[in-house]
Design a protein. Structure first.
Length: 317
């Protein structure tokens, strides 16, 4: 009928997976072109009619493949196994978090002056995503308490009890990029939401120091709330842990650099003992030093009550 060749027994089976359906579309396209080339019952102007038919078949098949790849981005990852390896490894690392830690957050000025804060935190991935609760104690008695929640799509919400406040409140988005207690870390820097953004691109591999690295460029979609236009991560190929990260701020193009030192594996979990943050064009830097903690803390939801007095004053073994 018309220029549509008859297809028999070529419909997708109901048990097909996503990748199987993609193959089905491509194979169906090939069968249709073969059917066209072999048919001889064409009528007047056969070359023109079947050229148009073949062109329409090609366009329709390409459109189907593009649409399917947009709805199911895993097909795109399957075409680049290294990208799938990096994303799966990075996301699984975060989805297995269950730690308590204590340490120091220090701002080092360009003239050598140091200001240090006590930093206590705990994190766990629940069925609805990651929860991170941290308490930062200043040189005096003031405290900043944060509760960050990130779901499986990278959507972040932040609650805070800031110095002078007695109750927690949602931190407005316009304050997410504010310096955390005057350091080069911002509130948003406390979570690695970039690995869960939809747009991911694997750049050419590079060495960072002595380490062979995947280089992953993450860019937010319209649905992602962030202050960054992009985040580029140098990820060690052997352990799939970041060793260097560069974030580009929206609007200004200013870059913020993060360097991870003292990588170690405890209880099967990789972590860094120090993270340094540097803001382009600003003298000095800030360093988060991990001094103690547990990588398998067996935390529950009750451990993440920001309203509980002294929630982060627990002694970490």
């Amino acid at each position: 009928m018309g220029c549509i060749p008859r297809l028999e027994n070529h419909y997708p089976s109901p048990w097909m997976g996503d990748s199987d359906f993609g193959v089905y579309i491509a194979m169906t396209f090939q069968r249709r072109v073969v059917t066209v080339s072999r048919s001889r019952k064409i009528g007047r102007y056969p070359e023109a009619r079947w050229a148009n038919c073949a062109l329409g078949t090609i366009q329709a098949s390409i459109a189907l493949l593009v649409l399917w790849s947009l709805v199911h981005p895993s097909l795109s990852f399957a075409a680049n196994p290294d990208l799938e390896t990096v994303l799966t490894g990075s996301r699984q690392r975060i989805e297995k978090l269950d730690y308590r830690m204590t340490g120091r957050l220090t701002r080092l000025e360009g003239d050598g002056k140091r200001t240090s804060y006590k930093f206590v935190a705990k994190a766990h991935w629940f069925s609805d995503g990651l929860r991170l609760l941290c308490e930062i104690s200043g040189p005096g008695s003031e405290k900043t308490i944060l509760l960050l929640h990130m779901n499986a799509t990278g959507h972040v919400t932040i609650e805070a009890v800031l110095p002078g406040e007695k109750a927690a409140s949602v931190l407005p988005f316009e304050h997410w990029n504010d310096p955390l207690v005057g350091t080069d870390f911002s509130y948003e820097d406390m979570v690695e939401n970039q690995f869960f953004w939809k747009n991911q691109e694997l750049l050419a591999p590079e060495k960072y120091g002595a380490r062979d690295c995947f280089v992953l460029k993450s860019t937010p979609g319209s649905q992602d709330r962030t202050y960054f236009d992009s985040v580029t991560s140098w990820i060690d190929r052997g352990i799939l842990f970041p060793v260097h990260v560069v974030k580009t701020l929206h609007g200004t193009g200013q870059q913020k650099e993060f360097i991870y030192y003292g990588l170690r594996q405890v209880g099967g979990v990789w972590s860094a003992t120090q993270v340094e943050a540097k803001l382009q064009g600003k003298p000095g830097s800030s360093i988060l030093v991990i001094e103690g903690g547990s990588a398998k803390a067996h935390l529950g939801r009750k451990d993440f009550d920001i309203g509980q007095s002294g929630a982060q004053a627990e002694k970490v073994k």
